[in-house]
Design a protein around this ligand. Structure first.
Ligand SMILES: Cc1cc2nc3c(=O)[nH]c(=O)nc-3n(C[C@H](O)[C@H](O)[C@H](O)COP(=O)(O)OP(=O)(O)OC[C@H]3O[C@@H](n4cnc5c(N)ncnc54)[C@H](O)[C@@H]3O)c2cc1C
Length: 234
């Protein structure tokens, strides 16, 4: 098997956090398997989350009305995207697998990670009107969410107070990752480490370490069938 490259997009402020411990386990286990691991430690990089004019070098195509999606698509085609975006896009190009590691914030990723998605997954680079979902740009790559919660698992059941976790994850897993073509692996969820005893947290880390051994052989999740014709006409 050829060497796999794994990109970890990581969002936690504290090196002593549970998420940092998960990240460290991931790096060690993957490197022991012979993988090459590259990292985007978003807070440490002070990664800018806002999608703004500054993402484009040079003149805008339409100075009358700034449309971020259009302008960044042209800038990508013409090599005029800002340096920090290009650096992240190059990491995705190298990666066979992208792991997003984060604490769940407001039923989603922390803003700094959402900003990474907004800014790095540029139209043209990550998707187009022709290339999306099963036919998406990254169809030969895998991606997954690995995150911790404050909630207990029972709270995220279909009959729980938060509702089904799969509903919470649909926009991220289907609307972003699968939309860009990634084969999405089942999420790794670390339930409520803050209120778990140390021994339970250790067991969660060991469970993840064991899963990592077979990660590349896992079957991806399935989403809505793509045979259904879609149209951009309203
Ligand atoms: C803005 C915001 C929004 C939020 N929204 C939600 C939400 O919508 N839904 C939800 O469920 N939660 C939510 N939360 C809670 C959040 O998801 C949790 O606080 C977070 O997931 C906990 O992860 P952590 O890495 O920060 O834990 P930490 O607090 O860093 O760690 C938990 C414990 O693990 C210990 N630990 C560290 N390393 C190790 C190790 N190697 N082995 C064993 N133990 C270790 C730490 O010492 C600590 O005692 C939100 C929090 C914030 C701030």
């Amino acid at each position: 098997m050829s060497q796999k490259t794994v990109l970890i997009v990581y969002a936690h402020q504290s090196p002593g956090s549970f998420n940092a411990a998960v990240r460290n386990v991931t790096v060690k286990a993957l490197e022991e398997q012979g993988c090459r691991v590259i990292m985007s430690d978003l807070y440490a990089m002070n990664f800018r989350a806002n999608a703004t004019y500054d993402d484009i070098i040079g003149d805008w195509k339409n100075p009358e009305l700034f449309q971020y999606g259009e302008e960044t698509m042209h800038a990508w085609k013409e090599g005029r995207l800002s340096e920090d975006i290009v650096a992240e896009q190059n990491k995705i190009k190298e990666a066979d697998l992208v792991i997003f590691q984060f604490p769940l914030y407001w039923f989603s990723v922390p803003a700094i990670m959402k900003g990474w998605m907004d800014r790095v997954l540029t139209q043209g680079f990550a998707f187009s009107l022709e290339k999306m979902y099963n036919n998406g740009v990254f169809k030969d790559k895998k991606a997954m969410l690995s995150f911790s919660t404050g909630a207990m698992p029972t709270m995220f059941r279909p009959d729980g107070i938060n509702g089904d976790i799969n509903v919470t994850l649909w926009p991220l897993q289907n609307g972003i990752l699968h939309f860009c073509g990634f084969q999405v692996l089942a999420p790794q969820i670390f339930w409520c480490p803050v209120h778990s005893p140390h021994v339970a947290r250790t067991a969660m880390l060991e469970g993840w370490q064991a899963r990592l051994k077979g990660l590349f052989a896992e079957r991806p999740l399935t989403f809505a069938p793509c045979e259904v014709t879609h149209s951009w006409h309203f």
